[in-house]
Design a protein. Sequence first.
Length: 368
Amino acid sequence: MPSALPAVSPPAVSVALPCFNAASTLPAALDSLLAQTLQDFEVIAADDGSDATDGGATWDVLCAYARRDARIRPLRLPHQGVALTWNAAVNACRAPLIARMDADDLCLPERLALQAERLNAEPGLDLVSGLVRFGGDREKRLGYALHVDWLNTLRDHEAISRNRFVESPLANPSVMFRRAAWERLGPARANTGAHAFPEDYEQWLRWLSQGARMAKVQAPILVWNDPPTRLSRTKAEYSLEAFARIKAGYLWDWLRRHNPQHPRVWAWGAGRVSRKRLDALLALGLEIEHYVDIDPRKVGQRVHGVPVLGRDAVPQRLSDAAAETLAGTPAQTPFILVNVASRGAREEILEWLAGRGYQPGAGCVAVG
């Protein structure tokens, strides 16, 4: 009687890599994975039904790499969009730790080792990202490059959590998380219905709202490229309006738990662009009692009936105990939305508010 085949142990790390019409960038992405110092991994490379313009080239690249290295495991799917393809790739992963990778980015050699080491050393963490390098023309793509600079300042859970309503605090292809966290907190949600949304940002907002703990390794782990075909530049679900809509729902729920005066707030930033960013929250029922601004042309005016105050009108924040004693007097303890897009100005405002007793999550929150 033949003996049973030995059980195949799962790898230490699985990499989930969704791809679509990606034949031109896949080789470099896969080569960067095969060059990792941590060798015990697999790559679930899921072809999201690449279309006729691709001519099967993406699948051919994946199969060629799989013949060279058994750690590359291609998965061919009908076209269903990045969220469902990402979910299918994760579901096929066998390791307890799962990393995300995109087909147009590059992993630095220590990436998987550094992230796995951090997760294994800190059982309380659900997800670990890392610092990223901007891969593009900084002069021509300055906005994206500045976003990368900002991401790299958010290094611990507290910074990631308190900045989640400004922009997505994680570079999606840089994350590694526990399979147990995925099973507990839920997969990516597909874009369905009338309003598209950025599935990665929604997932991390949802995970944070459920108590996920996140951090970053203190070293660059990924080159985050910015080609003209990047989905964030070409798809409706990554428009500014889509980001604002998905952010508003989670911010509204957060304010309901953290703002004693909910739904009343003061909004720092009375300019037209700043006010426009609050439209989705206003539609949910947000009430702006006062705007705060430093522009002398705005101070003392009214915007749609709402007074605009100078910053010196912001009262000293009461202690939590005093605020509880004076419940029902919201004018003395306003909750402030710091709604200023300029990153340097935002940090200056938060520092100034700290001198008045306001801390992110306790009296104020930064939004973008």
